[in-house]
Design a binder for this molecule. Structure first.
Ligand SMILES: Cc1cc2nc3c(=O)[nH]c(=O)nc-3n(C[C@H](O)[C@H](O)[C@H](O)COP(=O)(O)OP(=O)(O)OC[C@H]3O[C@@H](n4cnc5c(N)ncnc54)[C@H](O)[C@@H]3O)c2cc1C
Length: 511
């Protein structure tokens, strides 16, 4: 199974999923074959809708293939924050709907007999210092108020020192792509249709007809759902979601010290731990080192930091897998699920899941299914993509947008990167200047050069080279491209423009 990066994740050892041909019409076209798209398709198909899932590459190609698959009702956005920025009722609703989503995953696994290593686990949070201890106190109080029982714990299942810890029961974990394939199979058996290698390029609304244009032809539909992690094209949600990258390693140990729980510290960014057995082998999955996409020149260093941190506490036998992937943080910490602003009323979206998209993507499937089938959902207002929270939202929006603007300006005048071009080694890429123009160049292992215009076709920001995943990443809205310029990750619909071979030859002489 392919993924949108060069590193291999723990979840990629899957057979090819068999695709179908593009039908002429559907009740609902769902764009994107990750957890959000396939969960939504399954839910709607079960409600009697004829659904078609369009996946640009293969199912699991996006972040669902690069996740770490903790299933939480204890979310990255703490309940005290939700209570403060929204209301106490909103915090209760968030707990209620994530609790239902986790139950739905479990029900699907039991009902469709999906073998995906699903296990209920406790989750531990622990504080290293006084500041974190105060934070933990606030978390404990508000989490209990929201409805999730969490209590102080005198121990933690990882060999680290701590000042204070808390334990919440009834969280869970699973193998992400085994679950994804399982629900795709169930959807297929119900008459659903998954079309892979089929990119949605445009949606038109003419004479009362909605048509999705794809690389495999057109399909007429009553509804369109963008389950592409971030909607393609240009939309208000691109100014309200910021792309981040997180790193994970899966290691085997020389002893049996694997944590039998989900564990999180309160560092900024935080570290996350859990264990998963795959094909009879136990792996400790450890993640963290998050940063804004395109804001780290040395992505390999992030892996090195993760590994050295873990080695201080564990007797590691082998680092079997290391990978990174992208997520989208919303300005107010809650996802956007519902009608896609600026579009006709039959266009839907789910995005801004932060680091909880396995559960929030499942939440999205329930809300979108209710909105499409019943015209309403008890959670529609809370997660509405049209909301704008004046307090938390405004402050964050300014910060994120300011970053976008400064990126636009500074990336276009960087002198340092130009000088760096002459130092390009094998298997490395860089943006620099060539004959007065910005150019992105990657030199592969054989010394062959690949050059692209580094202006992102989405909104014109300059892309950055991601050395670990061998991709061009846009720091503004998270579009990502292969070394030859093909789109890996939305919102871009078109790839980077390649620089002609003539220029490539002259670059070769200089580099
Ligand atoms: C390192 C890391 C660890 C994480 N760990 C956790 C965790 O432990 N628990 C948790 O809950 N969440 C976690 N998350 C977040 C979670 O994995 C994601 O939010 C979730 O997988 C997103 O699923 P999705 O279906 O919305 O998007 P994706 O899985 O990204 O799927 C989108 C799909 O849309 C396709 N697509 C895009 N554009 C088009 C187009 N135009 N036409 C057709 N197809 C298109 C893509 O190819 C892709 O396959 C983690 C994220 C990261 C980065």
């Amino acid at each position: 199974m392919n993924r949108d990066g060069n590193c291999i994740s723990l979840w990629q050892d899957m057979p090819d999923y068999i695709s179908k041909n593009l039908p002429a019409e559907a009740d609902v076209v769902i764009v994107g074959g990750g957890i959000t798209g396939l969960s939504t398709a399954l839910k709607l198909q079960r409600e009697g809708k004829k659904c078609v899932v369009l996946e640009a590459q293969n199912i699991g190609f996006g972040t669902t293939g690069g996740t770490t698959s903790h299933l939480n009702t204890l979310l990255d956005t703490p309940y005290y924050q939700i209570k403060k920025d929204f209301s106490a009722e909103a915090a209760t609703q968030v707990y209620e709907v994530t609790h239902k989503a986790l139950a739905l995953i479990e029900k699907n696994i039991l009902g469709y007999e999906i073998e995906c290593g699903f296990d209920r686990k406790a989750a531990y949070l622990f504080a290293h210092d006084e500041k974190q201890e105060k934070e933990l106190d606030k978390i404990i109080e508000a989490t209990n108020e929201a409805g999730l029982h969490i209590k102080e714990s005198s121990d933690i299942p990882v060999p680290l020192s701590f000042r204070k810890a808390a334990k919440a029961a009834d969280q869970a974990q699973m193998h992400s792509t085994k679950y994804l394939y399982g629900i795709a199979g169930a959807f297929d058996r119900m008459g659903g249709c998954v079309v892979q290698n089929c990119r949605a390029t445009q949606v038109t609304h003419e004479n009362g007809e909605t048509v999705v244009h794809t690389t495999k032809g057109k399909i007429k539909t009553a509804h369109v759902v963008y389950a592409t992690h971030i909607p393609p094209g240009i939309n208000i949600l691109h100014t309200r979601c910021a792309p981040y990258r997180s790193y994970a390693i899966a290691v085997t140990l020389n002893d049996e010290n694997y944590p039998d729980a989900l564990v999180y510290d309160l560092d900024e960014p935080y570290h996350y731990y859990r264990t998963q057995e795959v094909d009879g082998v136990k792996y400790l999955i450890f993640g963290g080192e998050d940063h804004k996409t395109g804001h780290e020149e040395n992505t390999e260093y992030r892996f090195a930091k993760l590994e050295s941190y873990l080695r201080k506490h564990y007797d590691i036998n082998e680092v079997a897998y290391k990978w990174s992937s992208q997520y989208y943080e919303s300005v107010d910490g809650l996802p956007y699920i519902g009608h896609l602003p600026g579009n006709p009323s039959n266009v839907w979206v789910a995005t801004g899941f932060g680091g909880n998209g396995m559960i929030l993507g499942t939440v999205a499937s329930c809300i979108l299914s209710d909105l499409i089938c019943k015209g309403d959902s008890p959670y529609a207002a809370l997660f509405s993509p049209a909301r704008f929270k004046p307090v938390a939202g405004f402050t964050n929006a300014v910060k994120e947008t300011a970053d976008v603007i400064s990126t636009l300006i500074s990336q276009k005048i960087s002198v340092e990167k130009i000088q760096g071009m002459s130092e390009l080694s094998h298997n490395e890429g860089k943006v620099g200047k060539y004959e007065g123009k910005n150019i992105g160049v990657y030199k592969n292992n054989d010394g062959r050069l690949f050059a692209v215009h580094p202006d992102c076709p989405h909104m014109g920001c300059s892309v950055e080279w991601n050395q670990s995943e061998k991709s061009w990443d846009c720091p503004c809205h998270g579009s990502r491209f292969s070394h030859t310029g093909e789109v890996l990750t939305a919102p871009a619909i078109k790839g980077l423009t390649c620089v002609e071979l003539v220029e490539q030859e002259s670059i070769k002489q200089k580099v």
